[in-house]
Design a protein around this ligand. Structure first.
Ligand code: NAD
Ligand code: MG
Length: 328
């Protein structure tokens, strides 16, 4: 931590002492001039959480407590100035935190999400625009190959090119046993979590040149799967493997491929079928930190994974697990 960072952190800690952590919906620019409002990590919510259930895919704006995506805290420093990024699942959770951070680092950002997530997406679009960056909203279902191709084409056309693809959207639905996972479930999980990154990567590479970066989202589940999300966990392992193979394939083209591997994070995925009510109530308890991460706490890794300054980093897995170890 640099001295200015440390000062900002301490200021944030003082401001947040005893405060309930919840990200305000309203857009607030970073600018660098405002006082830091980053809460001390210790002030982030711990289990037990109120039991809540939303229909899939869920909305961050309806969660209690509301996740902190860095709306009021993330400060950029031009790391991604002039880059053009497409982020899937950019409406909420980890993808939203990445979208806010990318915009504050100087990137123009297109987000994809499901039509049902329009209210969350609107908040993100407003936050990106508040930074004076271009924001493009492209709703649609990633289980469809034709849509995936269209998404990349539209994002590149509207942004004027494509430098960064963040494959972040995913489906996670808890099922007690393999007998409870229907072929339709399995197909939906594989299509969203494995096929879509494959289709999007393929389409993006038709437009990407040297210096471009692909950032995938894996999980600690890739190396330590839970017993009741086996189809989902398989996909996080597949993405990790895909990251490493594509990094080798694309190094000669000057295109890097990295992944971020989160541990438990407080996002709509978990309250819209990703976890049972029992698990959700104590979510994050088994992490050494005794709490889930907030999306704001991982955004900087998405920036790092795409940062041109880290030009020797490809095929890397950047972790944020609260202490439970890396999948690779
Ligand atoms: P989230 O619900 O906020 O984001 C997931 C997004 O996926 C949704 O917002 C939705 O827009 C998108 N999505 C799902 N199905 C789609 C479809 N068919 N078409 C288009 N978009 C679709 O939850 P999150 O936890 O931020 O998830 C983001 C990533 O983080 C996922 O890859 C997930 O596997 C990973 N992850 C999450 C956790 C966690 O504990 N929350 C842990 C490890 C990894
Ligand atoms: Mg969402």
């Amino acid at each position: 931590m640099t001295e200015p960072d440390r000062r900002a952190f301490v200021t944030g800690a003082a401001l947040a002492a005893g405060a309930v952590v919840a990200a305000p919906a309203a857009a607030q620019g970073s600018g660098g001039a405002k006082a830091a409002t980053t809460p001390a990590a210790a002030a982030y919510p711990k289990p037990p959480f109120p039991v809540q259930r939303q229909p899939w895919p869920g909305l961050a704006s309806k969660m209690n407590p509301r996740p902190d995506h860095g709306e009021t805290s993330y400060k950029g420093s031009g790391k991604l100035a002039g880059k053009r990024a497409l982020i899937t699942g950019g409406d909420s959770g980890i993808g939203r935190a990445a979208a806010i951070a990318y915009a504050r680092e100087g990137a123009d950002v297109a987000i994809n999400y499901l039509p049902a997530e329009e209210p969350d997406a609107r908040e993100v679009i407003a936050l990106i625009r508040a930074e004076g960056r271009k924001a493009v909203a492209i709703p649609g279902d990633l289980r469809d190959e034709r849509f995936c191709r269209k998404l990349v084409a539209q994002a590149a056309e509207q942004l004027g090119g494509l430098d960064i693809l963040v494959n972040n959207a995913a489906r996670q639905q808890t099922r007690p046993t393999i007998a409870d996972i229907s072929s339709q479930d399995f197909d939906d999980t594989m299509k969203t979590n494995v096929y879509a990154p494959f289709w999007l990567t393929k389409a993006a590479l038709e437009r990407m040149g040297a210096g471009a970066v692909i950032v995938n989202t894996s999980s600690e589940q890739a190396g330590d799967p839970s017993k009741d999300i086996v189809d989902y966990a398989m996909t996080r392992a597949a993405v990790l493997n895909f990251t490493k193979g594509m990094a080798k394939q694309l190094a000669p083209r000057g295109i890097r491929v990295n992944a971020v591997a989160p541990g438990p994070f407080w996002t709509p995925l978990q309250v819209s079928g990703g976890a049972t009510p029992e698990k959700q109530r104590v979510f994050g308890e088994s992490s050494p930190m005794g709490r889930p991460g907030q999306p704001a706490e991982i955004a900087a890794l998405y920036v790092a994974a795409a940062d041109p300054a880290l030009s020797y980093s490809t095929g890397q897995i950047f972790g944020s697990t609260g202490g439970n170890g890396q999948p690779a």
